[in-house]
Every structure is written in structure tokens, then in C-alpha cells.
Design a protein around this ligand. Structure first.
Ligand code: AMP
Length: 310
């Protein structure tokens, strides 16, 4: 949605491409409909605690204006959000009682089916890029427009490992960091041990590999070795949807603010990502983030760091 404005906008330091959708989510205790969802809202909102990121995605004419207003309030640049005639991507799921396993009840692609991401001029020079979970061919298509990209992170899902593996492998060769959950890492490499998975993934291209293990935290593997980041133990898990997206968004936001990537910064970024993602799952959609302050994040980072210290 391009805004008509005469003012020249500041170039974005980070942009994120992925899905933008409307979700229906059922848990043991709640049944929520018509929530702002998709990987881009979660990841841009999480990144917004550090920088003003750009969002690249598509919505239909039914995308509620109130969603756009709530999203914009985080200072996110929506120049890369295309509005096409048709319906917004919709997704419905139900969580098992363990709040880990979930069943997809419905996926309606709508305008997402014909999505061809176009990078706005103000995004092209951005040094940091997060290729959120969309078809690998589209990830490649949009990456080719990113002339200023210096550090590119890639996320994916089991669907693309199953159905678009050659294209996914082509994108993996072009990125610096790959983030994946444990099941997907095993599926992708055919190996069981997660360190073996990470080594195999690093051979496919990315220097950094993050293997997420849900409530058990994540492993970062780089040439410097392994870093273990615990997940913050939340007391009130409300909706795990989008946790991986907010994790990746917060991490990239932190690095984009630093303007550099070192092992030390990456470790700091992951501790912040873990803290921010833990807030996200305390509410549906981006609701918990709407009440989150910088001081609350700092306190949780301190608490998490204390929990990690011997
Ligand atoms: P996650 O919990 O990290 O898997 O992300 C959840 C978000 O991904 C939801 O808000 C959905 O709208 C979105 N989503 C679900 N299925 C897909 C899909 N096939 N492609 C892109 N996004 C999806």
C-alpha cells in the first residue's frame, strides 16, 4: 500500500517477505477467529523493537483496515505490501492439548497464490533481509531485486522441503543464515543428530544455522562452534503460532540495529529473540506485542540471562 506522500522516506535497514493472512485458531481453552496472521506481521512486529523494518507481502481487498492500522502503529514501513483484487490468505488450525502439535484445518491461498513480490525502491539498498516462509522460487525472485543485501536469513517449512527441494537448495546457496526447526532439519538432511544436521546444512550454503526446538530453545551453529539458547519458560502459553517468525524477526532486527554481524552479536541477538518470542506466545496474533514496552523486554532479557548463568 503505497502512501501518497511528498516526504522522502528513510531507506529501511531490514525488510521481510512472507505471508500476510487472516487466521482462525483453536486451542483447548479458546476459539479465536479473524486474527491478523502470517509470517510477516509476526516477524516485522518483533523486529520493530530495534529498527523500523519494511514488509513485503500481499493482501486482498478484504484485508481489514484496522489490521493495517494496528500493524503500522509499530512503525513498520508497509510500502512493500501489495493489495490485489481477491481474498486475503486464510489459515485455520487447532492445537492439541499439549500446545505443540497442531492440525491445519483449512488453507485458502486467495491472492497469495499469484503473489509476485516487488521490492520498493526504498528497500533495495537494505543490508539486512529476512526471506520468510514462502515458496523458494519467490524467495529467489525477490532476493534478486535486493541489490544492497549484505546479510540474508532464510526460513522455510516442511511443505517446501517436500515439494520444492531443488529450488530451496538454490536459495540456500545464496543466504548467510538458515533457520529451521528440528523436524525440518532432519527431513532436509536425512540425519537424526542435530549437530550432524547443522553440519550438513552448512555444507549447503549458510554460514550460520539455527535449529529451533520449540519450548526447548534453539541451537546456533557457526564456524565458531555451538551456542545454546534456551526458550524463556512462559507461565501462560496462549498461542504458539508465529513464535518462529517473531524469533527470526527479532534476531534480524537486533542485527540490523547493530549494523554488523559477529558471533558475539549473533548470540546477543538470539537471547533477545528468545525473550521477544516468549512474549508473543502469551497472546493471540500480535496482541501481546501491543502491550509490550522496551522496559519489559529488557527485564525479560535480564531474567533469561540470569537463568542461563552458572
Ligand atoms: P508458524 O507458527 O511459525 O508456522 O507461523 C504461523 C503463520 O504462518 C500463521 O499466521 C499462518 O497464517 C501462516 N501460514 C500457515 N500456512 C502457511 C503457508 N503454507 N505459507 C505461508 N504462511 C503460512
Amino acid at each position: 500500500m503505497r502512501e501518497d506522500t511528498k516526504m522522502k522516506k528513510a531507506p529501511v535497514p531490514l525488510w521481510i517477505v512472507g505471508s500476510v493472512g487472516i487466521d482462525d485458531i483453536k486451542t483447548r481453552t479458546d476459539d479465536r477467529k479473524n486474527l491478523l496472521g502470517g509470517s510477516v506481521p509476526y516477524s516485522t512486529v518483533a523486529a520493530s523493537y530495534f529498527v523500523k523494518p519494511g514488509a513485503v507481502g500481499v493482501v486482498g481487498t478484504d484485508f481489514p483496515a484496522v489490521f493495517e492500522r494496528r500493524w503500522r502503529r509499530f512503525g513498520i514501513n508497509l510500502d512493500g505490501l501489495q493489495r490485489e483484487a481477491g481474498e486475503t490468505f486464510r489459515w485455520a488450525c487447532a492445537y492439541d492439548d499439549n500446545m505443540i502439535e497442531r492440525t491445519t484445518l483449512d488453507t485458502r491461498l486467495g491472492v497469495f497464490a499469484a503473489f509476485k513480490p516487488v521490492l520498493p525502491e526504498t528497500y533495495k539498498a537494505a543490508p539486512f533481509v529476512l526471506l520468510g516462509n514462502i515458496q523458494p522460487e519467490l524467495q529467489m525472485h525477490v532476493l534478486k531485486q535486493a541489490s544492497g543485501a549484505k546479510f540474508v536469513a532464510l526460513d522455510t517449512m516442511n511443505l517446501w522441503i517436500d515439494t520444492a527441494l531443488p529450488a530451496l537448495k538454490r536459495v540456500m546457496r545464496k543466504v548467510d543464515l538458515f533457520t529451521v526447526n528440528d523436524g525440518e532439519a532432519r527431513q532436509l538432511t536425512g540425519k537424526w543428530n542435530l549437530l550432524d544436521c547443522a553440519a550438513a546444512i552448512r555444507k549447503m550454503g549458510p554460514r550460520y544455522v539455527i535449529i529451533k526446538k520449540g519450548e526447548h530453545g534453539a541451537l546456533l551453529v557457526s564456524e565458531k562452534g555451538v551456542f545454546i539458547v534456551p526458550a524463556y519458560p512462559v507461565r501462560k502459553l496462549t498461542d504458539p503460532t508465529g513464535a518462529g517468525d517473531s524469533y527470526a524477526g527479532a534476531m534480524m532486527g537486533y542485527l540490523a540495529k547493530a549494523g554488523n554481524v559477529t558471533d558475539r552479536l549473533m548470540r546477543e541477538a538470539l537471547v533477545h529473540a528468545s525473550a521477544i518470542a516468549s512474549f508473543g506466545v502469551e497472546g493471540f496474533s500480535i496482541e501481546r506485542f501491543e502491550k509490550l514496552t522496551a522496559a519489559m523486554i529488557r527485564a525479560r532479557v535480564r531474567e533469561l540471562t540470569k537463568m542461563m548463568t552458572v
